[in-house]
Design a protein around this ligand. Structure first.
Ligand code: ADP
Ligand code: MG
Length: 540
């Protein structure tokens, strides 16, 4: 037997270790700080944040996930909350702030229970039951929606954009976005990648447009080509219009000048044949993924064909879906069946850039939203708002259900959870009640951000919900309770179900941790002083 007083080390000396309540407290603190950071941006009256990176580049945004991404948070637990925002962004594309603040509040309320000596596993159990119950309530109160409910769809877009940079032109943008999404929808499913979002600085947001087709960052290859082609018959070619082997065969021995002339002549003939084949197929527009030789350019322009070269593969694929063309690999196998159609192909000057617009495609399966705005910061923020709105429409259509917003569903869930809690025994009951309280963080924050008294507002909201008005929400502009459904504040059900799901999951995960072991051996993966707030930027 060894010396009983000899301490035993099982971890390297550089390891720091935080145990039990200290670990929990630190983790909860980190999560709460993340939630606090984004809280002031929630809702139409939420404020924006300006984030300056190490290079001095500025982002001005109201978007939860953008803020958290740009902040480069390092604290491991805080990063788990950032993951919640990312999951929300991937799954729905909107509701990131909501998800994060619910998670923060769940943990804050859990701390209260920990202080009352309620064991974490008990809290986790109660939270899990509450989360399930919340999902049931959300599904029960949701209303059906189809592609034909144009007004509802527009309201979803307007709700997503209220209070964002896109606010001023939201009616116009709503029309464009609804049209874009319903155009490319196949039944109720929409592939977000079929909607290309193109940004151009200049003009105002109101000048944004929906192109039933595509915008390419490409100019025509030859100045003698037409600027516009009406009733375009479009060839998509993924091989070069060049005589390929010139580079490889560059070592041909030429002994007298006539040989060279012959060689050049022969090459020119091949290129002319290629151009002829294209013209004969009936194509008057060519998009080529590779290069187009000068000689071929010349012959194409003489025939009045519009051509652009080195078009990106992803754009070629979108062009195929927009125009109905198939991508052709070999010119020798070209038959006009593969050609696509667009009402108009034109070159347009934007600032000092020449772009190619492919417009008026029939039943395009890929479209482009061209976003305009006075400055880069404006178009960037409008783009984020548009992406949120597109995500919301896709989520609404795919699930086929929507809810009203303005805090109404969260109030309804809280109410139902409190009812449910009464059916449970002591400690679980407390946990379910704590979950119910946490849901109210959404209307409370909406009230606070609008400069309203949260206690008054919540009391009024509760009274309305008790009367059975499930869509009673907060009119943040007038400072009173409203019927959020009638007011047209509409959101996809999925924003809410996903937010509750990921918020409760991360809360459970963090609550289960009672031992944080931060090692130095892997090259200092954890920030020094872990689990303090070493990774948070100063000022937060
Ligand atoms: P998130 O990142 O969670 O989407 P937002 O800043 O977009 O955060 O705010 C969303 C919240 O604002 C939702 O609770 C939504 O119901 C609410 N909201 C949106 N439009 C209105 C409105 N016109 N009146 C009241 N609340 C609104
Ligand atoms: Mg939003």
């Amino acid at each position: 037997m060894g010396n009983q007083n000899q301490p035993i080390y099982i971890l390297p000396e550089s390891t720091t270790r935080t145990l039990g309540r200290d670990a929990q407290r630190n983790n909860i603190m980190a999560a709460k700080l993340v939630a606090e950071t984004v809280r002031t941006t929630l809702g139409p009256k939420g404020m924006d944040k300006m984030i300056v990176d190490s290079l001095g580049d500025i982002t001005v945004t109201n978007d939860g996930v953008t803020i958290l991404n740009e902040m480069q948070i390092e604290h491991p637990t805080a990063r788990m909350l950032v993951e919640v925002a990312k999951t929300q962004e991937e799954q729905v594309g909107d509701g990131t702030t909501t998800a994060v603040i619910i998670a923060g509040e769940l943990l804050k309320n859990a701390e209260r229970l920990l202080d009352q000596e309620i064991h974490p596993t008990m809290i986790v159990k109660g939270y899990r039951q509450a989360a399930e119950e919340a999902q049931k309530t959300l599904n029960a109160i949701a209303e059906p929606l189809t592609k034909k409910d144009t007004e509802l769809l527009k309201n979803i877009v307007i709700t997503a954009m209220t209070g964002k940079g896109a606010e001023s032109s939201k009616e116009k943008l709503a029309e464009l976005i609804v049209k874009a999404v319903t155009d490319v929808a196949e039944g109720n499913t929409v592939d977000a990648s079929d909607i290309k979002i193109e940004k151009k600085v200049g003009g105002g947001i109101i000048d944004s447009e929906l192109i039933q087709g595509l915008v390419l960052d490409k100019e025509k290859v030859h100045s003698a080509m037409p600027n516009q082609v009406r009733n375009a018959k479009i060839l998509l070619l993924d091989s070069a219009i060049e005589v390929k082997n010139t580079e490889i065969d560059a070592k041909i021995q030429i002994t007298d000048p006539s040989q060279l002339a012959g060689f050049v002549e022969q090459e020119e003939k091949i290129l002319k044949d290629m151009a002829d084949k294209i013209v004969k197929s009936g194509a008057n527009v060519v998009f080529c993924q590779k290069g187009i030789d000068d000689v071929a350019q010349y012959y194409l322009s003489k025939a009045g064909v519009y051509a652009a070269r080195r078009v990106k593969k992803s754009d070629m694929e979108m062009l195929a879906r927009a125009t109905g063309a198939s991508i052709v690999t070999k010119l020798t196998e070209l038959i006009n069946k593969e050609l696509g159609f667009a009402g108009l192909v034109e070159e347009v000057k934007y600032g000092d850039e020449d772009l190619t617009f492919i417009r008026e495609c029939k039943n395009p399966k890929a479209v482009t939203l061209l976003i305009r705005g006075g400055t880069q910061h404006v178009v960037d923020e409008v783009e984020r708002a548009v992406k949120d709105a597109v995500g919301d429409l896709i989520a609404s259509l795919s699930v086929g259900k929507v809810v009203a917003g303005a805090g109404s569903p969260e109030m309804e869930v809280a109410k139902e959870l409190r009812k449910y809690a009464t059916t449970l025994s002591g400690r679980e009951q407390l946990a379910v009640q704590a979950f119910a309280d946490a849901m109210e963080i959404v209307p409370r924050t909406l009230a606070e951000n609008a400069g309203l008294d949260p206690i008054d507002m919540l009391t009024e909201l509760k009274a309305e919900h008790d009367k059975g008005n499930k869509w009673a929400g907060l009119d943040v502009f007038k400072g009173k309770v409203m019927d959020a459904w009638k007011a047209g504040v509409i959101e996809p059900l999925k924003i809410k179900t996903q937010a509750v799901k990921s918020a409760s999951e991360v809360a459970e995960l963090i609550l289960r941790i009672d031992d944080v072991i931060a090692g130095g051996s892997k090259g200092g993966g954890m920030p020094p002083g872990m689990p303090g707030m070493g990774g948070m930027p100063p000022g937060y």
